[in-house]
Design a protein around this ligand. Structure first.
Ligand code: ANZ
Ligand code: ZN
Length: 868
């Protein structure tokens, strides 16, 4: 055949691997272990190009490390609980389980067609009872260890869908599905006490030196450590309700205290509640505040509004000065003390508030180069560094020193026996609320009894299984309106009790699946030996969109599992790599409707619709998304060109952390290149030496040059894969096919055998170094070359270091001072050898044209001039 029929041959090789169970891993103390994992997919229906990119990268690492002699674990599973399954149930009447498992079947087939070196025997889905049963055990262990809490928290409530919404599901104050105005509700929920580990999760980031700096920074910001001060303000007698002799605020800027213009408390602050209980206007204001979402980002952009409570406090360091206390919509109850002092000159929110409520704006930090007598604050607060002004004993101090001086002063002063200022470290990180009022999730194994309170389900009664017979006809949580599921005997008193109907956030499922992969069928969450052997993960690969939540939750969960005796490590991911996205041009027709790439073609350099020839507007290159239709189905690509083409394209040209643009031309190019490799290897198989022929190659020959190119490719690819520079690996492995043109220019000097040997060796090496990237084609080439066994079973080749150092030089050859050709020859070649080689060149003979050679001038390593 003159074409490599990838789609057919790929199936053949996939079967060959499967037949030998090549990728099934088991613990083996004789070999170093290597655990490589890509973030497991959500079974949404079909795999997309983002998956192809992610899993190809992981597969290169897995296959490479296996060849390097490691015992590799490379598993795959499904992040299978979640809302879309319930939406499918609501919209199409399919049961979430059926929808999910059907999708898994489709996607498993698609992943298999990619030829990934996965251990499918370890496959798991988080919606398998077998999996969530173990998760319920972990929950109970965490409960016993004091890591679970029940807290009342403010949530976004959709009154139509009767469900809690995440902040991202609130769009312009309305539910994303129902469009109903969202209400804020207080609701008890189960939380994991991730804040117990805030400090540790932050500090340990320093040791994660194989993580992208960017991700560590994002996590650090998310955890958000703030060193500050709690300042106690005394209320002026007669202005505040009883029990409110002081108000505590948290500040990171005690240096600005002389610029304080007001106090503001959160609408849910207990002082606000106390006031509202007797004052209808304040209650109305608080109600109004509850119509916003609960996110900090939303509060940031809000028009700043307040309600003057009439309460007044004494300024702690300005004798006789009083400050008003407002309830304000931009103060969060969940941070610090839920109360602040506002310094309008140096905080933008405070400034906007002060302008609206006519409070003074007194600058206390002077920016460098400003004149204290003329400096004024306009539309923008000054948040930078500077020297203190208008601040009594702080005047003239640098900001940082002023912070310390004020903190010391307040710490030393007492009111009613307590210091007026206490240093405090705050974290932005909140405890992790895991309750979801949904059906398709892991049931929280708790029972509500009227007599005994809330009691855990006894471990022996696990699993708490999801009922199959559920209805999605009524809004709300199907578990809640199931006729019998909820009713259960109290494990404590035996009375009639009610099951917890909340299920766990799906982020819980993905916080330990990597540990479960070590012993996926164990009757305990983790098998000690297995996790001891495999964990931590050596290389984790996934999208940067998970840089914060998933990775942080997993880091916490690993600590929790450590505390409860399920693992012995704290950090689950030793190496992390975040790959870029896959992008594509966008297309629209004349009516502004999005078009699929396959509906568009180029005619005379213009984009037109395939069917009608109507013009198409080509839009921006954006990450592939169904909504803009700029998607290419991996199945179509694999069906037409084979998986190796898709893999090769995904790895080539673009650095792996950057976005890669998918183009039809690029795919064609990748395909043509792979066909060419196959043809060249075929030729090498025909014309090259038989397997096992030893042949020391003479130096200075074309054969040697070919050997050098091949060994350089080995070294280059090795180094590139080690550093996860996949695009470089691709570039380096292509050098041989380019170089192999040399075979046609076999010089007189080299023996036929040398060339044969070099050709074969180069082809062999190419098959081996290309195997991690294009494993099927590599097998095909390996077989073409007459080798036994599979390339997937071969060790990684070593480059011959003698061939890596450059010991040839290229020198120009002139005839009568005119450049006619060049010569590649050993660096230490004798003058006689150089002369002979130069005179043997065809171009040189022609230029001499039968004239008599008067003299040959040779400057070794530089130039040859033939004087005729
Ligand atoms: C006075 C002040 C003056 C402040 C100034 C800032 C600038 P980070 O760095 O994020 O920790 N704050 C405290 N608790 C708050 C709450 N519950 N809701 C909204 N804002 C709150 O931010 C700390 C600063 O955020 C604190 O320092 C406080 O305002 C405000 F020129 O105190 B500052
Ligand atoms: Zn009871």
């Amino acid at each position: 055949a003159d074409r490599y029929d990838a789609p057919t041959r790929e199936k053949h090789w996939q079967q060959a691997w499967e037949l030998k169970s090549l990728f099934e891993a088991s613990e083996d103390d004789q070999r170093p272990k290597y655990y490589v994992l890509e973030m497991f997919p959500y079974p949404s229906g079909r795999i997309h190009m983002g998956h192809v990119r992610n899993y190809t990268m992981g597969d290169v690492v897995a296959r490479y490390m296996r060849a390097r002699g490691h015992n590799v674990l490379h598993p795959m599973g499904w992040d299978a609980f979640g809302l879309p399954a319930e939406n499918a149930a609501i919209e199409r009447g399919v049961h979430p389980a059926k929808w999910t498992y059907d999708n898994i079947a489709t996607m498993r087939g698609q992943l298999k067609s990619m030829g990934l070196s996965l251990d499918w025997s370890r496959e798991l889905a988080t919606c398998d009872v077998e999996y969530y049963h173990q998760q319920q055990k972990l929950f109970l262990d965490m409960l016993a260890a004091g890591l679970v809490d029940r807290k009342t928290r403010k949530v976004n409530w959709d009154p139509v869908d009767k469900t809690v919404l995440a902040n991202e599901q609130v769009i312009d104050g309305r539910g994303w599905r129902s469009g109903a105005l969202v209400e804020q509700r207080e609701q008890p929920e189960w939380v994991f006490k991730i804040t117990d580990y805030a400090e540790d999760l932050l500090d340990a980031l320093q040791d994660l030196d194989r993580w992208p700096e960017k991700v560590r920074l994002m996590q650090a910001n998310w955890i958000g450590r703030s060193e500050g001060l709690i300042v106690r303000f005394e209320t002026i007698e007669g202005t505040a309700p009883e029990d409110f002799a002081t108000i505590e605020v948290f500040t990171t800027r005690p240096d600005t205290l002389f610029g304080a213009a007001f106090l503001a408390i959160a609408p849910d602050h207990k002082l606000a509640r106390a006031i509202a209980s007797t004052d209808r206007d304040s209650q109305a204001f608080i109600d109004e505040c509850h119509h916003h979402g609960t996110s900090a980002a939303e509060l940031e952009t809000l028009e700043k509004k307040g309600f003057d409570t009439g309460v007044r406090v004494a300024h702690p360091v300005i004798e006789g000065a009083e400050l008003p206390v407002y309830i304000a919509n931009f103060i969060l109850m969940e941070y610090g003390t839920g109360a602040i002092f506002g310094c309008p000159a140096h905080d933008q929110r405070d400034l906007e508030f002060a302008r609206a409520y006519d409070r003074p704006v007194t600058p206390v930090v002077l920016p460098p180069g400003e004149d204290p007598s003329t400096f004024e604050i306009g539309e923008e607060a000054y948040t930078g560094d500077g020297v203190m002004i208008n601040s009594d004993f702080l005047d003239g101090l640098a900001m940082a020193d002023a912070k310390i001086a004020m903190a010391d002063r307040l710490a030393a002063r007492t009111s009613d026996g307590a210091p007026q200022g206490v240093r405090k470290t705050e974290f932005r990180l909140r405890d992790w609320g895991i309750s979801r009022q949904r059906y398709w999730g892991c049931p929280i194994p708790m029972i509500h009894c009227e007599t005994c309170g809330i009691v855990p389900v006894p471990a022996d009664d696990l699993p708490v299984k999801l009922p199959d017979d559920v209805s999605f006809d009524v809004p709300g949580n199907p578990l809640d309106h199931h006729p019998t599921w909820k009713t259960v005997a109290c494990p404590n008193c035996g009375g009639i009790a009610r099951r917890e109907t909340d299920t766990m956030d799906t982020f819980v499922d993905s916080s330990w699946y990597f540990a479960r992969f070590c012993s996926p069928r164990a009757s305990v969450p983790t098998d000690t030996n297995a996790v001891g052997y495999w964990l931590p993960i050596d290389q984790y690969i996934g999208g940067v969109e998970h840089a914060i939540l998933h990775l942080l939750y997993s880091r916490f969960f690993t600590r929790a599992m450590h505390k409860t005796g399920h693992v012995t490590i704290d950090e689950p991911f030793r190496g992390l790599f975040t790959q870029g996205m896959v992008t594509h041009e966008t297309y629209k027709d004349a009516d502004g409707k999005w078009l699929l790439p396959e509906e568009v073609t180029l005619r005379d350099g213009k984009a037109v619709q395939v069917k009608t020839g109507a013009p198409v507007t080509v839009g921006a290159v954006e990450s592939m998304s169904k909504s803009k239709k700029n998607v290419v189905d991996p199945d179509n690509i694999i069906g037409a060109y084979g998986a190796d083409t898709a893999r090769w394209f995904m790895l080539s040209d673009t650095p792996p952390e950057r976005d890669i643009e998918w183009t039809a031309g690029g795919v064609e190019g990748a395909h043509r290149f792979l066909q060419r490799v196959w043809r060249l290897v075929g030729e090498a198989a025909d014309k090259g030496a038989a397997p096992g022929t030893p042949a020391p190659v003479e130096s200075g020959t074309e054969a040697e040059a070919l050997r050098r190119a091949a060994h350089k490719a080995v070294a280059g690819v090795t180094g590139a894969i080690e550093k996860l520079r996949f695009n470089t690996a691709v570039a380096r492995s292509t050098s041989w096919p380019t170089r192999s043109r040399l075979r046609c220019r076999a010089s007189a000097k080299q023996s036929e055998d040398d060339l044969k040997f070099a050709m074969r060796e180069a082809a062999q090496l190419l098959a081996r170094i290309a195997a991690p990237m294009v494993p099927h084609l590599a097998e095909e080439c390996w077989a073409l070359l007459g080798n036994e066994g599979l390339v997937a079973e071969q060790p990684w080749p070593e480059a011959d270091s003698a061939l890596l150092t450059e010991d040839t030089v290229t020198i120009a050859v002139q005839v009568n001072g005119k450049r006619r050709d060049e010569l590649t020859i050993a660096r230490d070649a004798s003058k006689e050898d150089i002369e002979a080689a130069a005179l043997g060149l065809e171009n040189v003979t022609r230029a001499i044209g039968g004239r008599k050679i008067k003299k040959v001038v040779i400057v070794p390593q530089r130039i040859v001039n033939v004087v005729a």
